[in-house]
Design a protein around this ligand. Structure first.
Ligand code: GLU
Ligand code: MG
Length: 444
């Protein structure tokens, strides 16, 4: 085989058709970029049992499909992305796809379709969600370390920051910020908010492009909720605001607690009510529960809080500096989320829970402004604050127990999801915390 540096790359590019599956892994197939037009309308073949592939590849054997059936990965013409200039590599071209039958009908188990339907049902009530996924990740292995949030931390990783930001800009994700975080070789990257489907698509691009840039710069970036037994976790916080169908914000009311409007309060109440079951979809892996522990600024309680980083649903601050308008800025972030979740499934579930709150006219949950882990059991009970599941098994049990949340999915989907998660548990059973973290860091 020729040496990599002797190969002429340009003109031999591929374009991938991808789906991001229930395990949060982006998978698909590629065709020559020059042939794109021939493929765009029909997509490429896909296999139902792929839905039950674990993050570590073995398929959950008890899935409902086995060797039968055929599907298509149908590219969404609005969800293509490219990074043209990658140091020493071919351009990265991909389209995010919906999974459809060979007749083009949407497939019930497609995560992107699940999100599309949640968006449609929210629109029927007169609202839209604008969202942004904020990601933390770590560079693995040995390498220079620097104080948290420091300029040194920014520079020891250079040129990761600027190369990544340029690549994300190329890919159309509107990058906003890149900075060293609190953890060892940990960074955070954020992008501007977008309509719900585009926001979930952006989350996929951020993860894939970050891993690719790090690889080309000689290291490995991991978004795993935990990459080591000790230290802080890598969270994904999804920032959510509500608008009317004309795109005008409806979440702000200066007179109400937390300045959250009545409608945004009802939406939040649906999320808080269904949080334990939502965790099975938003913090879905075994390692997720090594992150969701009290006092880690992640999320451990069914808690709504104003500017409180121990709240699972946290109202973010606004500022009038620079002429900012609080009504346009006010939103909350959902923190019981990590990169082992499929962003489409996670955001779809958050929106569906919000819809339940709107339809049931739930009152806004009480605001908790301190770490709920420091309250007594009685105080938490008075505020309706419950502990989130503390393991994947508990989260899946909460999903089964919550007829509303499990009712969003077909029997087929639930059976496939259970089969995939059972296989995942089998593959990591008995690992020490350090080995568990290493195993998940190798795929996320
Ligand atoms: N690393 C924390 C997490 O696991 C988040 C820290 C923060 O940015 O507030 O979610
Ligand atoms: Mg952070």
């Amino acid at each position: 085989m020729a040496n990599a540096q002797d190969i002429e790359i340009s003109g031999s590019e591929l374009v991938s058709f991808v789906t991001t599956d229930w395990a949060g892994i982006t998978r698909g197939r590629a065709v020559p970029y020059a042939d794109l037009d021939r493929w765009l309308g029909k997509g490429c073949g896909w296999v139902p049992a792929n839905a039950a592939i674990t993050a570590f590849d073995p398929i959950g054997p008890d899935n409902p499909w086995g060797s039968s059936g055929d599907l298509r990965l149908l590219p969404d013409p609005d969800a293509g992305f490219s990074v043209a200039e990658l140091p020493g590599a071919s351009a990265l071209h991909a389209y995010q796809c919906d999974i459809v039958g060979t007749d083009g009908a949407p497939w019930d188990c497609c995560p992107r379709t699940f999100l599309r339907r949640a968006i449609r049902d929210l629109e029927a009530l007169g609202f839209q969600v604008v969202a942004a996924f904020e990601h933390e990740f770590q560079l693995l292995g040995e390498g220079p370390v620097a104080p948290a949030f420091s300029l040194q931390g920014q520079r020891v990783a250079d040129p990761l920051g600027p190369v990544l930001v340029r690549a994300l800009d190329d890919a159309g994700t509107e990058p906003e910020m890149f900075f060293p975080e609190y953890g060892r070789r940990q960074f955070e990257v954020t992008c501007r908010p977008a309509a719900a489907l585009a926001a979930a698509d952006r989350a996929v691009v951020i993860r894939e492009v970050t891993r690719e840039i790090a690889r080309l710069l000689g290291s490995r970036a991991s978004f795993s909720p935990r990459t080591a037994a000790e230290g802080v976790g890598n969270g994904v916080h999804v920032h959510v605001s509500l608008t009317d169908l004309a795109g005008q914000p409806v979440g702000f009311d200066a007179e109400r607690p937390g300045r959250i409007s009545e409608v945004a309060g009802r939406f939040a109440a649906g999320i808080i009510r269904h949080l334990p079951a939502l965790c099975a979809l938003t913090a879905p892996s075994v390692i997720s529960y090594a992150r969701l522990v009290p006092h880690h600024w992640s999320a451990a309680w069914t808690c709504f809080g104003d500017r409180n980083r121990e709240a699972t649903l946290r109202i973010c601050p606004t500022t009038t500096l620079g002429g900012g308008d609080p009504a346009r800025q006010l939103h909350y972030e959902y923190r019981a989320l990590d990169a082992s979740a499929c962003p489409h499934l996670a955001l779809g579930a958050i929106i569906r829970a919000g819809i339940e709150g709107l339809e049931a006219n739930l009152p806004a949950p009480p605001l908790v402004d301190i770490d709920p882990g420091f309250l007594s059991d009685g105080e938490r009970e008075a505020l309706g604050v419950r502990r989130l599941p503390s393991s994947q098994t508990e989260a899946l049990a909460a999903l089964e127990a919550d007829a509303v949340v499990s009712g969003w999915f077909s029997e087929e989907m639930l059976a496939g999801y259970r089969a995939m998660r059972a296989k995942e548990r089998e593959l990591v059973a008995g690992l020490s915390p350090a080995d568990l973290a290493a195993k998940y860091a190798s795929v996320y």
